[in-house]
Ligand binder design. Structure first.
Ligand code: GDP
Ligand code: MG
Length: 437
């Protein structure tokens, strides 16, 4: 009978179910597609899903999470882990701390040098010096001066000197003599990796022994970013990666591939052309970005906390007996409200945060609905069919709403009751399906 079936459905929700091979395979196919869309290397995506599959199969669902949601959590955790797990700090030892920028032309070295100087100046109380070692284009030195001026940081350059090793060494001397405690060396890059450039940066690297050698890479270049990273790492054994232009369309798959292939942490990301557009890299946030999801897991966890099983059971019984009324509707709204304000909730729904970005959401989206229901008499609430035109007018007046709003609510209520009845239709199978069984 029905209540047995409901029991079963709740048992599924309560998590006595197991993840099946079928739903794992289906979900992981989607995950793999998402990874490939996000520019993750094919082999990495494949290995990744294999690993998650192994973890998922045989694991009991311990919570009321649906298998799909549990998988999302597994995937997110695994992605986070692959990208280094924790935040990787920047090594500021040494006096002065010497930081060397490497990377291809256009990757964002000069811009990032400025951002990092600005960050260290304002957030870490440092006195940084910017050094222009891109000696091939006069405009490059000029660009660094513009950057330095905009943030109030001194720039060291030797426009006549064609030896970047010497310039870097002289800059460090200058820093020591003038109380700078961080030296950020901006270097030249070519459009593609070439031997001459590699030799040059290798020589600079050897001569100045930086505390931090950072490899700057444009996230938009996807797969190429990974190959370049490998080449630079083979020569410089750099300490960390800077992923720039994350404000673009990219979903950041390069982040995952790079970490896997060179096994160096991503330390910062660049998210715009302005000097303030720098963020410490958080693996967990990038994992969410790659999956294109809001914080599904927290949403589910919150729903779980608020889910009142007895209440739900009562309501199911009422539906079965055709006794579902506005009081029950009200109590359901209250349950939903306990989960948090609508803005927060929408932000946690995958895809919705992006889609709803520009939509104004009322903080209390249920305000009118509650007012209308409160203006109904107890009889009206339990027998909504009684509510005729005259009563509607009275309710609208009492609740400070318009008759159209009352009509709208009546219609919503009717649809909802209908749907709930359908869900427990013949065999109750639909209900179980909707609950993820
Ligand atoms: P470099 O050749 O490696 O020194 O690269 P630049 O610092 O000159 O940057 C190349 C271009 O990318 C410039 O137009 C920068 O404004 C732009 N750029 C750098 N970082 C970012 C970023 O994080 N986001 C965006 N949108 N543009 C960036
Ligand atoms: Mg440059």
């Amino acid at each position: 009978n029905l209540s047995d079936k409901l029991d079963k459905a709740f048992h599924i929700l309560k998590g006595h179910g197991k993840i099946t091979e079928v739903n794992v395979a289906e979900t992981l196919k989607e995950v793999r597609r998402a990874l490939l869309d996000a520019d993750v290397n094919f082999k990495i995506a494949k290995d990744f899903t294999t690993k998650v599959k192994e973890k998922a199969l045989g694991q009991d669902v311990l919570t009321t999470l649906q298998p799909g949601q549990l998988l999302v959590k597994l995937v997110k955790d695994e992605l986070t882990e692959l990208m280094g797990g924790d935040v990787a700090g920047i090594n500021l030892s040494g006096n002065p701390t010497v930081i060397l920028m490497s990377g291809l032309q256009g990757s964002g070295k000069t811009t990032f040098s400025g951002k990092l100087a600005n960050y260290l100046l304002n957030k870490k109380n440092k006195k940084p010096l910017l050094v222009a070692c891109d000696i091939y284009r006069p405009a490059a030195i000029q660009q660094l001066y513009v950057v330095g001026d905009s943030i109030g940081v001194e720039v060291y350059s030797e426009p006549e000197n064609k030896n970047p090793v010497e310039i870097a060494q002289n800059a460090i001397k200058h820093a020591k003599a003038n109380g700078f405690n961080v030296v950020i060396v901006d270097t030249a890059g070519r459009l593609a990796v070439d031997e001459e450039m590699m030799n040059e940066i290798e020589r600079v690297h050897k001569a100045i022994q930086p505390q931090e050698t950072l490899f700057v890479v444009d996230a938009m270049t996807g797969q190429d970013a990974v190959n370049t990273a490998k080449t630079f790492n083979d020569r410089l054994n750099f300490d960390g990666v800077i992923l720039t232009k994350l404000d673009g369309d990219t979903r950041g798959g390069a982040a995952l591939s790079i970490k896997t292939i060179v096994n160096k942490p991503i330390k910062f990301v660049g998210t715009g052309e302005k000097m303030e557009a720098i963020d410490v890299f958080y693996p967990i946030r990038m994992a969410e970005r790659i999956l294109g999801m809001g914080d599904v897991v927290s949403l589910v966890e919150r729903a779980q906390e608020q889910f009142d099983e007895d209440e739900a059971r009562k309501i199911q019984k009422k539906i079965a007996k055709n006794e579902f009324g506005f009081d029950d509707f009200l109590s359901q709204i209250q349950q939903v409200k306990k989960m948090g304000n609508m803005k927060d909730l929408v932000g946690m729904i995958p895809g919705a945060s992006k889609a709803m970005k520009d939509v104004e959401i009322e903080d209390d989206a249920f305000k009118h609905i509650e007012a209308i229901i409160h203006s109904m008499t107890p009889i009206e609430r339990s027998k909504p069919t009684l509510i005729d035109v005259k009563r509607k007018a009275r309710i609208a007046k009492g609740s400070g709403t318009k008759v159209e709003q009352v009509n709208q609510l009546m219609k919503q209520f009717e649809q909802m009751s209908k749907m709930m009845k359908m869900m427990q239709g013949p065999g109750g199978k639909n209900l179980m399906k909707m609950m993820g069984g």
